[in-house]
Write a protein that binds this ligand. Structure first.
Ligand SMILES: Nc1ncnc2c1ncn2[C@@H]1O[C@H](COP(=O)(O)OP(=O)(O)OP(=O)(O)O)[C@@H](O)[C@H]1O
Ligand SMILES: [Mg+2]
Length: 607
């Protein structure tokens, strides 16, 4: 498969970006894909081996048939007819058995390869850092892991069946045909290049259409996936018509290209038929003359016709296989893009050796700078220095877009700092393994999600070893226990996809419970109580004070009421710390804080 694609790519203009991408990926792709075959190597070897047996048995059939006619029928030798006929029957049975075996092993290998590849992609995506994930939309990752893998599966199935069969069949047929009559073989020498050139012209015009068709199919997939992921937003904005039109356009584009592509490719069949019929007429004409002059026999003529049919059919099958490769190339490139993505946040050798664990929960930022993309653009966080002692509660306040979420995401290494250092328990976060660091630093994300399954399963997801009592205790601390009990099935209540059947505030409380189940050394709540009423939020704070005494807590909140009791408040503005202190201190010294406080007081009074 890889070789064929390579040959085709050599024909393309080297300046086209696709060519460069492919050449860049080629050595890696071979290595990458071979790994996914390893488990199925027996099937990968057996499938083509059986093809050889199948071809060997099939290729001698026309020759045996000609012998039956020339030696058996012409000489009225019934014994010879039965003997050769018996051999033909035996070879047919062997060919069928080999063919069935080939189908079995090629399916086994291709389905196995696809399953390994899907697993490989899934594992790779699990290892992705946030910045890796920023580069791919979830819709595109879904298409890659399902549709693109399926396309490669089909290509491998086809390769293991046809890629060896077609050229082998052609080669044997040509050799035998020359052996029968080298004079008549001149017709083959003319027919093969004529058909090959015709197929080349058709394919070279058709393939660009197929490439475009594949890209348009991607567009259709993207539109469908985006729509399905956001279907609730579409409905609430009553944008169904707009979405339907958008889908209609992309679907029409795909249809248009598919019609063009298949319109050209269907030409291959009639062209082949034409070349074949002309060749047969020529063989009958020249062969007939030879029979009349006694230099050739009827049976030989019959087998010659069968061989030329086999040769031209094989050539067509080969061209069809090449076409499928080209269509699979886009899928392969997209899969390789995922597999070749370098995971930028991994365990350092030092971390793996030391296996340090976070125990106290001290956090220190030392002159931290951060930007999302290595090149260009401004720093999102600038010169952040900050010390948070174990057990302290620190609040971060700032306008939307002031980089509050960015700041806390650096602690569990969801992103790595661009410059400076973050220390947890006086050790650089990069010197912990990700597992040890993230087991102790629990972040309740701003947009948090639940999984489909029961409430209990969702909570246990935070700590698989948690007992029922521990689950209940965490739910109580997060003020979730009471509403869970109000459901008929309580902790066994089944949550729909992403927790659709609980309210926003309930979902937030379940997410908090999930995070505190393991009593982390550091707990970060990024706007995690925004949908919870003020009284319940106060109860959560009170529980935390009682039961999460040693835990260092980061709270990002929009309401000043949520952070009044914090040991320290950090005021962020455009990625910089512009104020630090307790509520009382800031209220006295910081004008921005005074303004925020005053505006919220006014709002409360207005309510
Ligand atoms: N994944 C990302 N890739 C690139 N830029 C990002 C990314 N996430 C955030 N930003 C940018 O970084 C800046 C800070 O964003 P951040 O989400 O940290 O703000 P925030 O203070 O948490 O805001 P909010 O209160 O709305 O949650 C914004 O300008 C935002 O556009
Ligand atoms: Mg945020």
């Amino acid at each position: 498969m890889i070789q064929i694609t390579f040959i085709m790519k050599k024909q393309c203009d080297i300046n086209r970006p696709n060519c460069r991408t492919f050449n860049k990926h080629l050595p890696l792709s071979m290595k990458k894909y071979i790994g996914f075959f390893l488990k199925y190597r027996k099937a990968v070897i057996l499938a083509p081996a059986l093809v050889i047996i199948d071809v060997a048995c099939e290729i001698v059939q026309p020759d045996l048939m000609s012998k039956i006619v020339d030696n058996g029928v012409m000489h009225k030798d019934l014994h010879y007819i039965l003997q050769t006929g018996g051999l033909m029957l035996f070879l047919s049975i062997v060919a069928i058995a080999a063919n069935v075996g080939n189908i079995y092993y090629s399916s086994h290998a291709s389905v196995g390869f696809a399953s390994e590849l899907r697993k490989g992609l899934f594992d790779k995506i699990q290892a992705f850092s946030f910045s890796n994930l920023d580069k791919f939309s979830s819709a595109s990752l879904t298409t890659r892991i399902t549709n693109d893998v399926n396309i490669l599966q089909q290509v491998i199935m086809m390769s293991l069946r046809l890629l060896i069969r077609a050229p082998l069949m052609m080669l044997f047929a040509v050799v035998i045909a020359i052996n029968i009559n080298s004079g008549l073989a001149v017709i083959i020498a003319v027919a093969i290049p004529v058909l090959a050139i015709a197929i080349y012209i058709i394919l070279s015009r058709g393939l660009p259409y197929f490439e475009k068709m594949q890209k348009r199919l991607d567009q259709v997939n993207r539109v469908i996936q985006e729509n399905l992921v956001n279907v609730r937003v579409v409905k609430s904005f009553v944008r169904e018509d707009f979405e339907m039109k958008k889908f209609g356009y992309t679907n029409d584009d795909l249809r248009e290209m598919a019609v063009k592509a298949s319109g050209l490719v269907v030409l291959i069949m009639p062209v082949m038929q034409l070349v074949m019929n002309i060749s047969i007429v020529a063989i009958i004409w020249f062969g007939g003359n030879k029979i009349i002059s006694g230099a050739f026999q009827v049976g030989q003529l019959m087998s010659f016709i069968t061989y030329i049919t086999q040769i031209l059919m094989s050539l067509m099958m080969l061209s069809m296989t090449i076409m499928t490769f080209s269509r699979a190339e886009a899928s392969s490139e997209r899969i390789l893009e995922v597999l070749n993505t370098e995971v930028d946040i991994v365990d350092s050798t030092l971390a793996k050796e030391k296996k340090l664990v976070v125990t106290m929960g001290k956090v220190e930022f030392k002159n931290v700078y951060f930007k999302y993309h290595a090149q260009g653009e401004e720093y999102v966080l600038k010169n952040i220095s900050l010390v948070v002692n174990p057990g302290e509660t620190i609040a971060i306040l700032g306008a939307t877009g002031s980089a509050k979420s960015t700041l806390v995401q650096l602690i569990p290494r969801l992103y790595d700092v661009s410059a400076g250092q973050i220390l947890v328990d006086d050790t650089d976060v990069r010197d912990y393994t990700l597992f040890n660091l993230r087991s102790s630093v629990k972040l309740v994300l701003q947009q948090n999600q639940l999984f489909s399954g029961t409430i209990k399963q969702n909570l246990k997801w935070g700590n698989i070893e948690a007992t029922d009592d521990e689950i209940i205790a965490a739910a109580k601390d997060a003020q979730a226990h009471d509403f869970i009990l109000s459901f008929p099935k309580q902790y066994e209540t089944i949550l729909g996809q992403s927790g659709v059947n609980v309210s926003g505030g309930q979902k937030q409380r379940l997410c908090i419970a999930r995070a505190i189940l393991k009593k982390p050394a550091i707990l970060i709540m990024d706007d995690s109580t925004s949908a919870v009423d003020i009284a319940t939020e106060a109860k959560i704070r009170a529980s935390f004070k009682k039961h999460l005494k040693g835990t260092t807590i980061f709270i990002i909140a929009q309401r000043v009421s949520s952070i009044l009791a914090a040991d320290k408040i950090i005021l962020l503005d455009n990625g910089e710390i512009i104020g630090e202190g307790t509520h009382d201190e800031l209220l006295k010294t910081n004008t921005v804080y005074q303004e925020i406080y005053a505006s919220q007081q006014l709002q409360t009074e207005a309510l």
